[in-house]
Design a protein around this ligand. Structure first.
Ligand code: AFD
Ligand code: MN
Ligand code: MN
Length: 432
């Protein structure tokens, strides 16, 4: 635990807030009981929830235009782990970090695992990066990586993914997530079928090297960096590839990777039905892959997704075990603050979905009572369960109010001397 934000410090702030929380919690408990919902049960389930933090999310992001660095940004994987630890210390639902390679590679990966362990943190899925060239790279990914027309380039991209699995093994990960930026910018530039064939044959090599207890997640994205076509453009192509590869391959849903207004909750339902849902990269957006904070624009969509997830859990859907992760880029906020509020926002959607009266909903659906079915969802969504989230954090030793607690600690100011501005932010979008 950090010296700046430790148990003693959190307790001292919590002690001035616990009386108010107790009153709010008791009153909420009383109201929920009228709907036959136990506030304690809800709190226990909220505590058991977790969502992984992306290592690249703790650096300040940027756009194609500029990057405005923040104070005391983490400069390497060890400092990123330190920041992730602050997040988990305060919110208690982010015990895992998802690293991105080669950004997070160091000679001694065991030291990375050890450093995380000292903060009681583990590693979630490892992410490969074949969407940019590394210094002195022999064959460029400019025209694609796993789908490149040049065999040598494809081999390089395959080898990088195999390296990621090796690095992942050293830090205790059991999943590799593959997102490629491959695609085209002009009609006619690329043969759609040929590109997908090359993708599949490359992925088959990676899949064949996957350890038995590992999974492979495929991430689709409809545009960017290629703007006319993307090889793995949507969940349909994604799931077809996952099916073609085998049982260890699953389809990952990044909320920003669809056309605006697409019914993402329905995609989630379909992937659950065919036992192919890998999990999520949570974020929010207005236009595309905006990578804004989870639940900041469309919390109802996030709730509707969790409605499908909780429904699957409720009916014990076979093979249902999705991984939850945030994938965001913070351009104008302190990444630690954004990641804390985002994790809590995702947790909120989960708890709201737990409150849906599923028996009543099924009856309304059966009776074709559209209005009441929709009202049943709204009733859960409209219930303010802030006290449940606060209590679950309090009981776990976290902060009742994580943002106030974080700000009052002056973490960045205290680290400013030790972490001078660096050119390489390790951010996920542009390395300046
Ligand atoms: C991309 C994708 C993918 C990738 C990340 C890198 O969402 O998850 O790993 O951003 O920053 O848009
Ligand atoms: Mn993503
Ligand atoms: Mn994205």
């Amino acid at each position: 635990m950090s010296e700046i934000i430790n148990t003693e410090y959190i307790n001292s702030l919590n002690s001035s807030q616990i009386d108010t929380l107790n009153r709010d919690y008791d009153y909420l408990g009383e109201k929920l009981l009228r709907r036959n919902i136990s506030v304690e049960e809800l709190t226990d389930k909220a505590s058991a929830f977790s969502v992984a933090v992306p290592s690249w999310g703790v650096g300040t992001g940027g756009t194609r235009f500029a990057r405005f660095p923040g104070q005391a940004e983490p400069r390497n994987i060890f400092e990123k782990i330190d920041d992730c630890s602050i997040i988990n210390t305060l919110v208690r639902i982010t015990p895992e970090i998802s690293p991105h390679f080669p950004w997070d590679v160091v000679d001694d990966m065991a030291a990375v695992k050890e450093h995380a362990a000292t903060h009681s943190l583990n590693f979630a899925s490892v992410n490969s990066n074949t969407f940019q060239d590394q210094p002195d790279q022999k064959h460029s990914f400019k025209y694609g990586s796993l789908t490149n027309t040049n065999e040598k380039t494809r081999e390089l991209a395959i080898q990088h993914n195999l390296d990621c699995i090796e690095w992942g093994k050293q830090i205790g990960s059991k999943v590799i997530t593959v997102w490629i930026g491959d695609g085209s910018n002009f009609p006619g530039q690329q043969n759609f079928t040929g590109a997908l064939e090359r993708y599949l044959s490359s992925m088959k090599v990676i899949y064949s090297e996957l350890p038995d207890d590992w999974k492979l997640f495929i991430e689709h994205k409809m545009f960017e960096p290629a703007f006319y076509s993307t090889v793995i453009q949507d969940w349909g192509t994604n799931v077809l590839c996952a099916m073609e590869l085998g049982d260890k391959a699953y389809s990952l849903v990044d909320l920003g990777h669809h056309a605006p207004n697409v019914n993402i909750e329905m995609i989630v339902a379909r992937l659950i039905q065919f036992k192919k849902l890998a999990g999520f990269h949570f974020n929010d957006s207005k236009y595309g892959d905006d990578d804004l904070d989870s639940g900041s624009i469309n919390p109802y969509q996030q709730f509707l997704i969790f409605n499908e997830l909780v429904d699957a859990e409720f009916r014990n859907a076979e093979g249902f075990k999705p991984d939850y992760m945030l994938d965001q880029s913070h351009n104008v906020t302190d990444p630690i603050e954004s990641l804390m509020t985002s994790a809590v926002s995702v947790q909120r959607s989960f708890v709201q979905a737990l409150m849906v009266d599923r028996k009543a909903l099924a009856e309304f659906q059966n009776d074709n009572d559209a209005l009441m079915a929709s009202q049943t969802l709204k009733e859960a969504f409209d219930t303010d369960i802030t006290a449940v989230l606060q209590m679950s954090r309090y009981k776990a030793g976290g902060a009742i109010d994580p943002i106030t607690c974080y700000r009052a600690a002056h973490y960045r100011e205290k680290l400013a001397k030790d972490r001078p501005a660096s050119k390489n932010s390790g951010s996920g979008i542009v390395l300046w």
